[in-house]
Design a protein around this ligand. Structure first.
Ligand code: ADP
Ligand code: MG
Length: 353
Protein backbone atom coordinates (compact mmCIF):
# COMPACT_ATOMS: atom_id res chain seq x y z
CA UNK A 1 0.00 0.00 0.00
CA UNK A 2 2.73 2.45 1.04
CA UNK A 3 4.79 1.50 -1.99
CA UNK A 4 1.75 1.91 -4.20
CA UNK A 5 1.07 5.35 -2.78
CA UNK A 6 4.72 6.36 -3.09
CA UNK A 7 4.81 5.25 -6.70
CA UNK A 8 1.61 7.00 -7.39
CA UNK A 9 2.81 10.21 -5.75
CA UNK A 10 5.99 10.12 -7.81
CA UNK A 11 3.84 9.52 -10.88
CA UNK A 12 1.58 12.36 -9.92
CA UNK A 13 4.46 14.76 -9.44
CA UNK A 14 5.90 13.77 -12.82
CA UNK A 15 2.55 14.25 -14.44
CA UNK A 16 2.18 17.61 -12.74
CA UNK A 17 5.54 18.66 -14.00
CA UNK A 18 4.54 17.86 -17.56
CA UNK A 19 1.19 19.46 -17.10
CA UNK A 20 2.58 22.71 -15.74
CA UNK A 21 5.42 22.77 -18.23
CA UNK A 22 2.95 22.22 -21.01
CA UNK A 23 0.75 25.01 -19.73
CA UNK A 24 3.77 27.29 -19.39
CA UNK A 25 2.77 28.54 -16.00
CA UNK A 26 3.34 27.22 -12.54
CA UNK A 27 -0.06 27.60 -11.04
CA UNK A 28 0.34 26.64 -7.44
CA UNK A 29 -3.29 26.05 -6.58
CA UNK A 30 -3.84 23.99 -9.65
CA UNK A 31 -0.84 21.84 -8.90
CA UNK A 32 -1.85 21.24 -5.32
CA UNK A 33 -5.34 20.32 -6.37
CA UNK A 34 -4.03 17.79 -8.85
CA UNK A 35 -1.71 16.36 -6.27
CA UNK A 36 -4.48 15.85 -3.75
CA UNK A 37 -6.67 14.26 -6.39
CA UNK A 38 -3.95 11.78 -7.25
CA UNK A 39 -3.47 10.74 -3.64
CA UNK A 40 -7.21 10.28 -3.29
CA UNK A 41 -7.19 8.09 -6.34
CA UNK A 42 -5.07 5.39 -4.73
CA UNK A 43 -6.75 5.44 -1.36
CA UNK A 44 -8.17 2.11 -0.30
CA UNK A 45 -10.28 3.28 2.52
CA UNK A 46 -7.66 3.65 5.25
CA UNK A 47 -5.81 6.57 3.83
CA UNK A 48 -8.31 9.31 3.57
CA UNK A 49 -7.24 12.64 2.32
CA UNK A 50 -10.36 14.58 1.69
CA UNK A 51 -9.67 16.99 -1.04
CA UNK A 52 -11.99 19.81 -1.67
CA UNK A 53 -14.34 20.12 1.23
CA UNK A 54 -11.91 21.99 3.43
CA UNK A 55 -10.21 23.52 0.47
CA UNK A 56 -13.15 24.91 -1.37
CA UNK A 57 -11.29 28.09 -2.16
CA UNK A 58 -8.46 26.13 -3.65
CA UNK A 59 -10.77 23.99 -5.73
CA UNK A 60 -12.84 26.93 -6.86
CA UNK A 61 -9.93 27.96 -9.00
CA UNK A 62 -10.12 24.88 -11.17
CA UNK A 63 -12.51 25.02 -14.09
CA UNK A 64 -14.10 21.60 -14.56
CA UNK A 65 -16.68 22.56 -17.17
CA UNK A 66 -16.36 25.50 -19.48
CA UNK A 67 -19.01 26.29 -22.06
CA UNK A 68 -18.50 29.41 -24.12
CA UNK A 69 -20.81 30.69 -26.86
CA UNK A 70 -22.29 27.26 -27.59
CA UNK A 71 -24.67 27.10 -30.57
CA UNK A 72 -26.55 24.15 -32.01
CA UNK A 73 -29.08 23.84 -34.82
CA UNK A 74 -31.35 20.90 -35.56
CA UNK A 75 -32.13 21.44 -39.23
CA UNK A 76 -33.33 25.02 -39.34
CA UNK A 77 -34.26 25.09 -35.67
CA UNK A 78 -31.75 26.91 -33.51
CA UNK A 79 -31.96 24.88 -30.30
CA UNK A 80 -28.97 26.61 -28.67
CA UNK A 81 -28.28 30.26 -29.47
CA UNK A 82 -25.75 31.28 -26.89
CA UNK A 83 -24.93 29.05 -23.96
CA UNK A 84 -22.07 30.04 -21.68
CA UNK A 85 -21.33 28.98 -18.11
CA UNK A 86 -18.63 27.34 -16.02
CA UNK A 87 -18.58 24.74 -13.29
CA UNK A 88 -15.56 24.93 -10.99
CA UNK A 89 -14.24 22.13 -8.82
CA UNK A 90 -16.36 21.92 -5.68
CA UNK A 91 -19.28 23.74 -7.33
CA UNK A 92 -22.83 22.54 -7.59
CA UNK A 93 -24.34 24.41 -10.48
CA UNK A 94 -28.09 24.33 -11.01
CA UNK A 95 -28.92 24.43 -14.71
CA UNK A 96 -32.45 25.74 -14.70
CA UNK A 97 -34.91 26.41 -17.46
CA UNK A 98 -38.37 25.47 -18.67
CA UNK A 99 -38.98 22.37 -20.78
CA UNK A 100 -37.54 22.76 -24.25
CA UNK A 101 -35.10 25.51 -23.18
CA UNK A 102 -32.06 23.49 -24.27
CA UNK A 103 -30.77 21.87 -21.08
CA UNK A 104 -30.51 18.33 -22.43
CA UNK A 105 -29.09 19.52 -25.74
CA UNK A 106 -26.36 21.39 -23.86
CA UNK A 107 -25.67 18.34 -21.71
CA UNK A 108 -25.57 16.01 -24.69
CA UNK A 109 -23.01 18.33 -26.26
CA UNK A 110 -20.98 18.22 -23.06
CA UNK A 111 -21.00 14.44 -23.23
CA UNK A 112 -19.87 14.51 -26.85
CA UNK A 113 -23.07 12.73 -27.93
CA UNK A 114 -23.97 15.50 -30.36
CA UNK A 115 -21.60 17.89 -32.04
CA UNK A 116 -21.86 21.64 -31.70
CA UNK A 117 -22.11 24.16 -34.52
CA UNK A 118 -20.24 26.94 -32.75
CA UNK A 119 -18.56 27.52 -29.42
CA UNK A 120 -15.96 26.21 -27.08
CA UNK A 121 -16.94 23.30 -24.84
CA UNK A 122 -14.37 21.84 -22.47
CA UNK A 123 -14.35 19.45 -19.55
CA UNK A 124 -11.20 19.13 -17.43
CA UNK A 125 -9.62 21.53 -19.90
CA UNK A 126 -10.13 19.04 -22.75
CA UNK A 127 -12.27 19.19 -25.84
CA UNK A 128 -15.51 17.27 -25.27
CA UNK A 129 -15.66 15.99 -28.80
CA UNK A 130 -12.05 14.97 -29.42
CA UNK A 131 -11.16 13.77 -25.93
CA UNK A 132 -14.48 12.23 -24.97
CA UNK A 133 -13.11 8.80 -24.03
CA UNK A 134 -10.63 10.24 -21.61
CA UNK A 135 -13.19 12.63 -20.14
CA UNK A 136 -15.86 9.98 -19.65
CA UNK A 137 -13.67 7.99 -17.27
CA UNK A 138 -14.02 10.81 -14.79
CA UNK A 139 -17.71 11.58 -15.25
CA UNK A 140 -20.94 10.18 -13.89
CA UNK A 141 -24.04 10.95 -15.93
CA UNK A 142 -27.70 10.38 -15.26
CA UNK A 143 -30.21 11.33 -17.98
CA UNK A 144 -33.76 12.39 -17.27
CA UNK A 145 -35.09 9.22 -18.83
CA UNK A 146 -32.88 6.27 -18.01
CA UNK A 147 -33.14 3.57 -20.67
CA UNK A 148 -32.25 0.02 -19.60
CA UNK A 149 -31.80 -3.43 -21.11
CA UNK A 150 -35.16 -5.05 -20.37
CA UNK A 151 -33.95 -8.61 -19.97
CA UNK A 152 -31.31 -7.82 -17.33
CA UNK A 153 -32.11 -7.22 -13.67
CA UNK A 154 -31.59 -3.82 -12.06
CA UNK A 155 -28.68 -5.21 -10.05
CA UNK A 156 -26.98 -6.62 -13.17
CA UNK A 157 -27.36 -3.33 -14.97
CA UNK A 158 -25.94 -1.38 -12.06
CA UNK A 159 -22.93 -3.72 -11.98
CA UNK A 160 -22.49 -3.36 -15.72
CA UNK A 161 -22.56 0.43 -15.53
CA UNK A 162 -20.07 0.36 -12.66
CA UNK A 163 -17.79 -1.99 -14.58
CA UNK A 164 -17.93 0.15 -17.70
CA UNK A 165 -16.99 3.22 -15.71
CA UNK A 166 -14.47 1.50 -13.42
CA UNK A 167 -13.59 2.36 -9.85
CA UNK A 168 -16.92 1.43 -8.26
CA UNK A 169 -17.44 0.25 -4.73
CA UNK A 170 -19.64 -2.75 -3.93
CA UNK A 171 -20.32 -1.50 -0.43
CA UNK A 172 -21.48 1.83 -1.79
CA UNK A 173 -23.64 0.08 -4.40
CA UNK A 174 -25.31 -2.08 -1.74
CA UNK A 175 -25.79 0.90 0.52
CA UNK A 176 -27.43 2.93 -2.25
CA UNK A 177 -29.70 0.06 -3.31
CA UNK A 178 -30.99 -0.05 0.26
CA UNK A 179 -31.19 3.70 0.53
CA UNK A 180 -33.24 4.05 -2.66
CA UNK A 181 -35.29 0.97 -1.77
CA UNK A 182 -34.70 -0.69 -5.13
CA UNK A 183 -35.38 -4.38 -5.70
CA UNK A 184 -32.23 -5.28 -7.69
CA UNK A 185 -33.48 -8.78 -8.57
CA UNK A 186 -36.34 -7.61 -10.77
CA UNK A 187 -35.93 -7.53 -14.53
CA UNK A 188 -35.66 -4.00 -15.87
CA UNK A 189 -38.63 -4.37 -18.20
CA UNK A 190 -40.83 -4.57 -15.11
CA UNK A 191 -39.50 -1.34 -13.62
CA UNK A 192 -41.52 1.86 -13.38
CA UNK A 193 -39.98 5.11 -14.58
CA UNK A 194 -39.02 5.92 -10.99
CA UNK A 195 -37.23 2.61 -10.60
CA UNK A 196 -35.34 3.09 -13.86
CA UNK A 197 -34.20 6.49 -12.56
CA UNK A 198 -33.06 4.79 -9.36
CA UNK A 199 -30.91 2.34 -11.34
CA UNK A 200 -29.24 5.24 -13.12
CA UNK A 201 -28.70 7.16 -9.93
CA UNK A 202 -27.33 4.21 -7.96
CA UNK A 203 -24.87 3.35 -10.73
CA UNK A 204 -23.75 6.98 -11.08
CA UNK A 205 -23.33 7.54 -7.36
CA UNK A 206 -21.54 4.22 -6.74
CA UNK A 207 -18.48 5.24 -8.73
CA UNK A 208 -15.89 7.87 -7.94
CA UNK A 209 -16.07 10.67 -10.44
CA UNK A 210 -14.76 14.20 -10.58
CA UNK A 211 -17.86 15.51 -12.29
CA UNK A 212 -21.47 14.44 -11.94
CA UNK A 213 -23.82 15.49 -14.71
CA UNK A 214 -27.40 14.97 -13.64
CA UNK A 215 -30.06 15.90 -16.19
CA UNK A 216 -33.42 16.18 -14.41
CA UNK A 217 -32.41 13.08 -12.48
CA UNK A 218 -35.36 12.91 -10.11
CA UNK A 219 -38.14 12.85 -12.69
CA UNK A 220 -40.47 10.04 -11.71
CA UNK A 221 -39.18 9.74 -8.15
CA UNK A 222 -41.63 10.21 -5.31
CA UNK A 223 -40.94 13.02 -2.79
CA UNK A 224 -39.47 10.62 -0.24
CA UNK A 225 -36.94 9.30 -2.74
CA UNK A 226 -36.23 12.79 -3.94
CA UNK A 227 -35.22 13.64 -0.38
CA UNK A 228 -32.90 10.60 -0.38
CA UNK A 229 -31.43 11.82 -3.65
CA UNK A 230 -30.83 15.29 -2.18
CA UNK A 231 -29.07 13.81 0.85
CA UNK A 232 -26.84 11.54 -1.22
CA UNK A 233 -25.90 14.31 -3.64
CA UNK A 234 -25.16 16.56 -0.70
CA UNK A 235 -22.56 14.01 0.45
CA UNK A 236 -20.88 14.17 -2.92
CA UNK A 237 -21.02 17.93 -2.76
CA UNK A 238 -19.36 17.85 0.67
CA UNK A 239 -16.61 15.73 -0.83
CA UNK A 240 -15.89 18.69 -3.05
CA UNK A 241 -16.98 17.12 -6.33
CA UNK A 242 -18.30 19.22 -9.20
CA UNK A 243 -21.96 18.71 -10.03
CA UNK A 244 -24.09 20.02 -12.87
CA UNK A 245 -27.71 19.52 -11.94
CA UNK A 246 -30.40 20.44 -14.41
CA UNK A 247 -34.05 20.97 -13.59
CA UNK A 248 -37.12 22.84 -14.67
CA UNK A 249 -38.09 23.13 -11.03
CA UNK A 250 -36.13 25.71 -9.14
CA UNK A 251 -36.87 24.38 -5.67
CA UNK A 252 -35.27 21.09 -6.70
CA UNK A 253 -31.84 22.65 -7.05
CA UNK A 254 -32.22 25.36 -4.42
CA UNK A 255 -30.95 23.23 -1.57
CA UNK A 256 -27.93 21.84 -3.38
CA UNK A 257 -26.80 24.49 -5.81
CA UNK A 258 -24.28 27.20 -5.00
CA UNK A 259 -24.69 28.76 -8.38
CA UNK A 260 -27.31 28.71 -11.08
CA UNK A 261 -27.31 29.22 -14.81
CA UNK A 262 -30.74 30.07 -16.15
CA UNK A 263 -31.44 28.99 -19.72
CA UNK A 264 -34.36 30.19 -21.77
CA UNK A 265 -35.00 29.49 -25.46
CA UNK A 266 -31.46 28.29 -26.05
CA UNK A 267 -29.81 31.20 -24.30
CA UNK A 268 -28.25 31.41 -20.87
CA UNK A 269 -29.88 34.59 -19.60
CA UNK A 270 -28.41 34.71 -16.13
CA UNK A 271 -25.59 33.12 -14.16
CA UNK A 272 -24.42 33.70 -10.65
CA UNK A 273 -24.69 32.56 -7.07
CA UNK A 274 -28.18 32.23 -5.66
CA UNK A 275 -27.49 35.24 -3.46
CA UNK A 276 -26.33 37.35 -6.37
CA UNK A 277 -29.43 36.51 -8.36
CA UNK A 278 -31.71 37.26 -5.45
CA UNK A 279 -30.26 40.74 -5.36
CA UNK A 280 -31.30 41.32 -8.91
CA UNK A 281 -34.98 41.39 -8.15
CA UNK A 282 -36.97 43.78 -6.06
CA UNK A 283 -38.18 43.29 -2.52
CA UNK A 284 -41.82 43.75 -1.69
CA UNK A 285 -42.30 46.43 0.98
CA UNK A 286 -45.40 47.02 3.08
CA UNK A 287 -45.38 50.29 5.00
CA UNK A 288 -47.66 52.24 7.34
CA UNK A 289 -46.66 55.81 8.30
CA UNK A 290 -48.09 58.65 10.37
CA UNK A 291 -47.62 61.22 7.58
CA UNK A 292 -48.97 61.07 4.04
CA UNK A 293 -47.45 57.95 2.60
CA UNK A 294 -48.31 59.04 -0.95
CA UNK A 295 -45.06 61.03 -0.93
CA UNK A 296 -43.08 57.82 -1.33
CA UNK A 297 -44.85 56.87 -4.56
CA UNK A 298 -42.72 59.15 -6.71
CA UNK A 299 -39.34 58.19 -5.27
CA UNK A 300 -36.99 56.62 -7.77
CA UNK A 301 -36.63 52.88 -7.15
CA UNK A 302 -40.26 52.55 -6.01
CA UNK A 303 -42.48 50.51 -8.35
CA UNK A 304 -46.07 49.28 -8.47
CA UNK A 305 -47.13 51.55 -5.61
CA UNK A 306 -50.55 50.66 -4.19
CA UNK A 307 -52.11 52.56 -1.28
CA UNK A 308 -55.06 51.36 0.76
CA UNK A 309 -56.32 52.38 4.23
CA UNK A 310 -53.08 54.22 5.04
CA UNK A 311 -51.02 51.15 4.13
CA UNK A 312 -48.74 51.18 1.11
CA UNK A 313 -47.39 48.17 -0.71
CA UNK A 314 -44.77 48.49 -3.42
CA UNK A 315 -41.73 46.78 -4.87
CA UNK A 316 -38.39 48.43 -4.26
CA UNK A 317 -35.01 48.30 -5.92
CA UNK A 318 -32.47 47.16 -3.36
CA UNK A 319 -30.14 50.04 -4.06
CA UNK A 320 -32.98 52.51 -3.42
CA UNK A 321 -33.87 50.99 -0.06
CA UNK A 322 -31.81 53.44 1.98
CA UNK A 323 -33.47 56.51 0.43
CA UNK A 324 -36.90 54.95 0.82
CA UNK A 325 -36.28 54.26 4.51
CA UNK A 326 -34.92 57.75 5.10
CA UNK A 327 -38.01 59.30 3.53
CA UNK A 328 -40.33 56.92 5.37
CA UNK A 329 -38.70 57.78 8.70
CA UNK A 330 -39.44 61.47 8.08
CA UNK A 331 -43.12 60.54 7.81
CA UNK A 332 -42.98 58.49 11.02
CA UNK A 333 -42.97 54.75 10.52
CA UNK A 334 -45.67 52.76 12.30
CA UNK A 335 -45.14 49.44 10.59
CA UNK A 336 -42.71 48.13 8.00
CA UNK A 337 -42.28 44.77 6.37
CA UNK A 338 -39.89 43.85 3.59
CA UNK A 339 -39.98 40.50 1.86
CA UNK A 340 -37.02 39.50 -0.31
CA UNK A 341 -37.85 38.02 -3.69
CA UNK A 342 -38.29 34.29 -3.77
CA UNK A 343 -36.39 32.32 -6.34
CA UNK A 344 -39.70 31.51 -7.95
CA UNK A 345 -40.18 35.26 -8.58
CA UNK A 346 -36.78 35.38 -10.16
CA UNK A 347 -37.55 32.41 -12.31
CA UNK A 348 -40.91 33.80 -13.40
CA UNK A 349 -39.23 37.00 -14.48
CA UNK A 350 -37.27 34.99 -16.99
CA UNK A 351 -40.27 33.05 -18.16
CA UNK A 352 -42.23 36.23 -18.79
CA UNK A 353 -39.53 38.69 -19.84
P1 ADP B 1 -34.79 20.73 -22.26
O1 ADP B 1 -33.87 19.62 -21.91
O2 ADP B 1 -34.40 22.05 -21.68
O3 ADP B 1 -36.22 20.43 -21.95
P2 ADP B 1 -33.97 20.07 -24.97
O4 ADP B 1 -32.54 20.40 -24.95
O5 ADP B 1 -34.35 18.66 -24.88
O6 ADP B 1 -34.73 20.95 -23.84
O7 ADP B 1 -34.60 20.65 -26.31
C1 ADP B 1 -34.39 21.96 -26.75
C2 ADP B 1 -35.11 22.16 -28.06
O8 ADP B 1 -34.46 21.44 -29.09
C3 ADP B 1 -36.54 21.67 -28.04
O9 ADP B 1 -37.33 22.56 -28.78
C4 ADP B 1 -36.47 20.32 -28.70
O10 ADP B 1 -37.67 19.99 -29.34
C5 ADP B 1 -35.35 20.52 -29.70
N1 ADP B 1 -34.59 19.27 -29.96
C6 ADP B 1 -33.89 18.57 -29.06
N2 ADP B 1 -33.29 17.50 -29.64
C7 ADP B 1 -33.65 17.52 -30.95
C8 ADP B 1 -33.37 16.69 -32.08
N3 ADP B 1 -32.57 15.63 -31.97
N4 ADP B 1 -33.91 17.06 -33.27
C9 ADP B 1 -34.69 18.15 -33.40
N5 ADP B 1 -34.99 18.97 -32.38
C10 ADP B 1 -34.49 18.68 -31.16
MG1 MG C 1 -34.29 17.81 -20.94
Amino acid sequence: MTVKIKKSIIGAVKELWFETKYKGVFYERYVLYWFIKKVRFVQTGKLVIKSCQKKRELCAMTEIVKVQGLQKKFGKFQALKDVSFTVNAGDVVGFIGPNGAGKSTTIRTLLGIINRDEGDVQIFGKDVWKDSLEIHKRISYVPGDVVLWGSLTGGEIIDLFIKLHGGGSKAKRDYLIKRFELDPKKKAKGYSKGNRQKVGLIAALSVESDLYILDEPTSGLDPLMEAVFQEEVEKIKNDGKAILLSSHILSEVERLADKVAIIRRGEVVETGTLDELRHLTRSTVTLVTKGDIEKLATLSGVHDFVQKDGKATFSADNEAMNTILTEATKLGVIKIESVPPTLEDLFMRHYEG
